[in-house]
Design a protein. Structure first.
Length: 486
């Protein structure tokens, strides 16, 4: 089984569901990170508040002891006062007895000259924030302050029940329970708020995408009704100006291109059928007459007519095949580097004008290297010369020039020229400005269309440039770099 099958089973296919799942997943990661940060910050601040309360209680107890007052057992935090030379605590309270019931005192009595981690306070009171002690099976942070007995009067020492040279130590336990309870409460609230937020965000994303995709669904339904034979449907363009508007505009443009292509194809098929019908009708009529009256038929003339019409059919079939290849946009495979000036000059010298005497000349300013296929260039130039020969009065002039990164070839005849409004129309397929004369001369109406397609295939252009006399076709091709320029 394909490894992607399990993922496809649970991964939703709907864009709405995928977006909602993605939003929920992203929100879950973000909320988890925020929750962890809040958890740590709440615990830190709660612990800091508990520590500040313990410090305040510690100083209050030490003040009472210096005044010879035994602290009361009622206290907000556990505390214990121990002294050297005593086996029992001087005082304790705040639930200190719950840590280790039955013992004389829980915290160790002071020894030596002091604790190794004292911190000097601004009020000259020393307390140790770093002592830890095992109590009730857990580790608790305790704060401690030492008091020397010589700081007290003899009566105060007697009231506390300690020796005159004793050393007192006041312990206050920093309880983490309050901070933990506050943090747990906050965690529960964050968890509930996070789950509700995820559901709300996923729902909002689902319905937001659903509303946003309504125009897309309308576009889908409409484009589903478009067929190749009737691509005239157009989608409604929203007036909001967002991405859906761009999508609708693009689809309408694409449908328009399809409509134009379908219309062009229908027109092309009709024109091709018309062009094929004319020589076939002539050929069929000639053969039927010859067969009906064989004894009165001029068979050499009939054969000549049949051969002429057959050649016309063959030329038309070749042109149609070439147009089909050009429409397929096949790239030029391994293009050669051709000197277009020498190529055009040689082709001009080989060209035979059989219809009527015309002067055909070719001038160039030097080598004109271009990349391309020799057969394509020969067909392109022959089509331009054939078109000029059908309309020229006395001469045809071919010129080749290098203009920066381009090679420009022009074919200029001294014929009647082309009206300005027909400058682009003559490059359409099966278009003739003089149908009767073009058919008499064997033209198919495809020569200029093929020439322009061949120019585009070689990344060039072919246009009709205005001239006061005759027609001038300008071919522009990218100039190939010479070996010295590489």
């Amino acid at each position: 089984m394909n490894a992607t099958e399990p993922r496809r089973r649970w991964w939703p296919r709907s864009v709405r569901a995928r977006t909602a799942l993605a939003v929920a997943s992203t929100a879950a990661v973000i909320l988890t990170a925020i929750g962890w940060w809040v958890h740590r910050d709440v615990y830190r601040q709660s612990t800091q508040i508990a520590t500040e309360q313990a410090v305040a209680q510690l100083f209050a107890l030490s003040d009472q002891l210096r005044e010879g007052v035994v602290p009361a057992r009622a206290s907000t935090v556990p505390y214990e006062v121990v002294a050297t030379g005593r086996r029992t605590a001087v005082a304790y309270g705040g639930g200190m007895e719950d840590f280790d019931p039955g013992t004389h005192h829980v915290m160790p009595a002071p020894t030596g000259e002091g604790s190794p981690h004292y911190v000097r306070l601004p009020v000259n009171r020393d307390y140790n924030p770093g002592i830890r002690s095992d109590m009730a099976g857990g580790m608790y942070r305790v704060l401690a302050v030492d008091i020397e007995a010589d700081e007290l009067s003899s009566d105060e020492v007697a009231d506390l029940g300690i020796a005159a040279d004793a050393k007192l130590r006041v312990y206050v336990v920093v309880l983490p329970h309050t901070a933990e309870e506050i943090t747990e409460t906050t965690d529960r609230l964050l968890l509930r708020a996070g789950l509700v937020s995820l559901v709300l965000l996923a729902t909002a994303a689902y319905f937001a995408v659903r509303i946003a995709l309504r125009p897309v669904e309308a576009i889908r339904v409409l484009t589903a009704s478009v067929t190749a034979s009737d691509p005239r449907e157009r989608v409604t363009v929203p007036a909001t100006g967002h991405e859906i508007t761009a999508l609708a505009t693009t689809i309408n443009t694409t449908l328009q291109r399809l409509d134009n292509a379908a219309a062009q194809q229908r027109r092309f098929v009709a024109d091709a059928a018309h062009e094929l019908r004319s020589p076939l009708t002539t050929l069929l009529a000639s053969l039927e007459v010859a067969l009906a009256y064989p004894e009165r038929t001029d068979w050499p003339a009939a054969a000549t007519t049949a051969a002429r019409q057959t050649r016309r059919l063959h030329a038309l079939a070749e042109d149609l095949l070439l147009l089909a290849r050009l429409d397929a946009r096949t790239p030029v495979v391994r293009p050669d580097t051709i000197d277009l000036a020498a190529f055009a000059s040689r082709l001009t010298g080989q060209y035979t004008l059989t219809e009527r005497p015309l002067a055909l000349t070719c001038d160039s300013t030097g080598p004109a290297p271009v990349h391309g296929n020799r057969d394509d260039y020969e067909r392109l130039l022959r089509n331009l010369i054939d078109n000029a020969a059908r309309h020229a009065a006395h001469r045809i002039q071919i010129t080749i020039q290098n203009q920066d990164a381009w090679v420009v070839l022009t074919v200029h005849d001294d014929g009647p020229g082309v009206p300005t409004e027909d400058a682009e129309r003559i490059f359409e397929r099966f278009v003739r400005l003089d149908d009767a004369r073009s058919r008499d001369h064997g033209g198919t109406g495809l020569g200029l269309a093929i020439a322009r397609d061949l120019a585009h295939r070689h990344r060039g252009t072919l246009i009709l440039t205005p001239r006061p006399l005759g027609a001038c076709f300008q071919l522009r091709l990218p100039r190939a770099p010479t070996p010295a320029e590489k």
